[in-house]
Design a protein around this ligand. Structure first.
Ligand code: 5AD
Ligand code: SF4
Length: 444
């Protein structure tokens, strides 16, 4: 059987990369992708289980799909990814019309399952986790663009007590350095200039003696790779070698996402984050010493079970001390099966909301402060897309991962331009082009 499939992706960049992998697999098996759900015979949702809200979004989406199945029972509906892994059987109970449930290590079987499902009437569930699957030999079907997501490792062994990822994505495993380099070279040949290396714990990458710094160096050496980014690193796996390679290689972007989660040692210990407040702050100093213009971003969780007002104040203190360029901030969300779910003294919803608003206000202050410091400077920006506000303007990011909006002039998508920062509108930087550094289009 072949036909048209439609994929909707929720959650992190890893899921975006996985959807491209699934698309590659299906295309190779004779299926064709469509962006029109109504035209599809196969509808796939690639899901996220990190917080309850993410799961609710997908469950609501599934409810909304029920009518499609009623109208045409031959339409196949598949749930892929972390929620499939996490909820498997209960998902079938609440949404019996779902045909296929596939965890993140089972994608290879999808084409065969689609064929099987049309012949048999049983639901198909495969949520076995693998210690080895890295999809090394599969090539993702990327949409056109400038940034290629390259997944270099999968899974997580850290077991932070709030996090469901080690359960939904299983144990850490890495791809070979050669396969990552080959994929980067292919992505360049396909027109991509920026590579974002992905992993749940990207800097704990290790494969037969190669560790993350060597991998970074190897990708930086691929001809035509203009920018390299990576996400998400764990603070405990940042080492001097990683910073040395980042400082030495011009095409590795000067930006680090360094999830703090909480500021109080008591909370960090109970989260099992493996660093203290003082160690985290020291690491920030080391990163800033090695990469003076670095953009630093973070993740914060407020209202972790047992977090007192005094503990929470420490999170604000660390944020004030570091002054991150930006932050993803979350209310703690209970994930069944994780260690923290069994902790006592859960913080009530209203208090979590209050704390969330306080960290958002603190971060806004920091972002504006960092933006002000950039005013008057000139930064190299990759022209990435049209600005959301005006078709006459482009938007792109600096090396340090800050979004800048500027008039188009005669720059084209994919150009590297020098932009002088004039100020900011809310948290978005505004600037104007002073010079075009490189235009691929002029050469082509
Ligand atoms: N509740 C709230 N936020 C969470 N994160 C992970 N698990 C939870 C949870 N149970 C956040 C962390 C992590 C980011 C990807 O999501 O901050 O770094
Ligand atoms: Fe979750 Fe912690 Fe692993 Fe990140 S490092 S995926 S937060 S368990």
């Amino acid at each position: 059987m072949a036909g048209q499939y439609y994929i909707e992706t929720y959650g992190c960049q890893m899921n975006l990369a996985d959807s491209q992998l699934v698309a590659g697999l299906l295309n190779d098996s004779g299926f064709a992708r469509t962006d029109d759900m109504a035209a599809a015979q196969i509808i796939l949702l690639n899901t996220c289980a990190i917080r309850e809200k993410a799961e609710e979004t997908v469950l609501n989406r599934l409810d909304a799909l029920a009518h499609l199945k009623r109208k045409d029972p031959s339409v196949l509906i598949g749930v892929l990814g972390c929620m499939a892994q996490n909820l498997a059987d209960s998902l079938l109970e609440s949404h019996p019309f779902v045909d296929i449930i596939l965890g993140p290590d089972s994608y290879r079987r999808l084409p065969q399952m689609l064929a099987q499902r049309t012949q048999e009437m049983d639901h198909i569930v495969d949520t076995r986790l693998s210690r080895h699957e890295v999809y090394e030999d599969l090539f993702p079907a990327r949409e056109t663009g400038l940034n290629a997501w390259i997944s270099i490792m999968r899974g997580c062994d850290k077991f932070c007590t709030f996090c469901v990822v080690p359960y939904t994505r299983g144990r850490e495993r890495s791809r070979s350095l050669e396969s990552v380099v080959a994929e980067a070279a292919q992505a360049v040949a396909d027109g991509f200039v920026e590579m974002t290396l992905l992993g749940q714990n990207v800097n704990s990458y290790h494969h037969e003696g190669s560790r993350f710094p060597q991998l970074l160096e190897a990708v930086a050496g691929v001809d035509g790779v203009r920018r390299i980014r990576f996400t998400s690193p764990h603070p405990s796996d940042v080492d001097a070698d990683m910073l040395r390679v980042m400082a030495a290689q011009e095409n590795i972007c000067s930006s680090v996402h360094l999830p703090l989660q909480a500021g109080a040692d008591r909370t960090l210990r109970r989260m099992q984050r493996t660093y203290t407040r003082a160690e985290y702050l020291k690491l920030v100093d080391r990163i800033r010493a090695a990469l003076p213009d670095v953009g630093l971003t973070t993740d914060i969780i407020v209202g972790f079970p047992g977090e007192t007002e005094a503990d929470f104040e420490e999170t604000l203190e660390v944020m004030e001390q570091v002054r991150f360029d930006s932050a993803f901030m979350f209310k703690y969300s209970l994930r069944p099966g994780t260690k923290a779910a069994n902790y006592s003294s859960h913080v009530d919803e209203q208090e979590k909301q209050r704390r969330l608003e306080a960290v958002i206000a603190m971060q806004k202050e920091s972002t504006l402060m960092r933006n002000r410091a950039l005013t008057g400077q000139v930064a190299e920006v990759l022209v990435e897309r049209e600005s959301k506000k005006s078709p006459l303007q482009w938007a792109g990011r600096t090396d340090s991962n800050k979004l800048v909006v500027f008039d188009r002039e005669d720059a084209l998508l994919g150009d590297f331009v020098q932009v002088k920062i004039d100020g900011s509108h809310g948290v978005t930087l505004q600037g104007h082009i002073v010079n075009t550094v490189e235009s691929y289009h002029a050469v082509a």
